[in-house]
Design a protein around this ligand. Sequence first.
Ligand SMILES: Cc1cc2nc3c(=O)[nH]c(=O)nc-3n(C[C@H](O)[C@H](O)[C@H](O)COP(=O)(O)OP(=O)(O)OC[C@H]3O[C@@H](n4cnc5c(N)ncnc54)[C@H](O)[C@@H]3O)c2cc1C
Length: 369
Amino acid sequence: MEKVNVLIIGAGVIGLAIAAKISQLFDDVLLVDKNVSFGEETSSRNSEVIHAGIYYPKNSLKAKLCVRGKKMLYQYCHERHIPVNKIGKLLVAQGAEEEAFLKKIQISARSNGVDDLTWIDQETLKHLEPKLQATAALHSPSTGIIDSHAYMQSLLAQAEQDNAMFVAQTKMVNASPTKDGFKVILECQGELLTIKCKYLINCAGLHSESVAHTIEGLKKSYIPKLHWCRGHYFSYQGKSPFKQLIYPVPRDNGLGIHASLDMGGQLKFGPDTQYIEQLDYDFPEKLKEKFIKQVSEYFPTLTPDKLQPAYAGIRPKLQAADGPFKDFVIQTSEIHQLKGLINLFGIDSPGLTSSLAIAEYVAEKLKVD
Ligand SMILES: Cc1cc2nc3c(=O)[nH]c(=O)nc-3n(C[C@H](O)[C@H](O)[C@H](O)COP(=O)(O)OP(=O)(O)OC[C@H]3O[C@@H](n4cnc5c(N)ncnc54)[C@H](O)[C@@H]3O)c2cc1C
């Protein structure tokens, strides 16, 4: 039977970042993904925004890992020439009530260590972004955009350089604890293989809950319910009317339908939030009306014909549709008592931004497990 030290389930940005980090510390790291390549699910269906860490409650993992991850990510991209742009973001208010909300956000952001937000009044906004309609805004200079595919490619190259191995089209179907780790059954192109590992890391994104249910000995009470929440994007043809990212105040369990640019300069609007029961990337026709209505609030001269359905991504949320804020859950044996197992649940936004800090956090936990 094959034996490895660390087996990582899921080669999204989180599994790749963990593989890149862990392979510097451990020999025999194996990363598997059920798809034909890495990063084919949530990690390639997002806004590609490097978040500042503004919204999350003080001391939450999301706040801490986002702020640390942002710093690490800019440095990583800089050192490895990965396309990135600290383009900045305007968080815009429409009226006194939303302005009061932004003031509160500015204070809570400060408690997360984000102390570079500045208040922009309506007059200044008109000069900065003439096409934008808002009564005031908060400017976040440390928000940026990244080529997430180039980033993931680089993480894989780094992991492989440190002798980690990536195997695609390989799905974990079951794991059972042994006296010094786990016996794991993998399905590789129709064939079942058994492999032993000392450490098992479940970072299977949308499937992390179902993967956890296949781990024998893991009490069901430790497996949280994931809610799938789809978000759609429309691209906007032609030259972007904005120089930076434009976000309305957060709503509907998301950050609001915002305007973001990719590294090629393409403007897109999205994502909205739609909780779903089945995993599919459908793009309902009627969505355009909703987008026109919400985007027009801050971009009144929007030309509807320039909006084209682009893509959808699905968030693995622990937060239910009408539920309170839920943090990332990174579960070790301190919690579930299964030595050598780390489960990552609910790695929705800002998972991309936090990826290097999450990997660092997981590596610290592994060292003591
Ligand atoms: C609409 C949207 C917008 C977002 N915008 C941003 C943003 O702007 N900035 C930001 O920081 N974050 C953003 N996020 C969050 C970010 O995209 C995620 O946090 C991140 O991509 C999660 O990565 P992951 O590796 O956990 O999951 P995934 O990328 O989904 O990877 C999990 C992998 O596990 C594999 N897998 C599943 N089951 C098995 C199995 N049994 N065996 C083997 N492999 C398996 C899957 O094939 C998949 O490749 C956004 C998310 C969405 C949906």
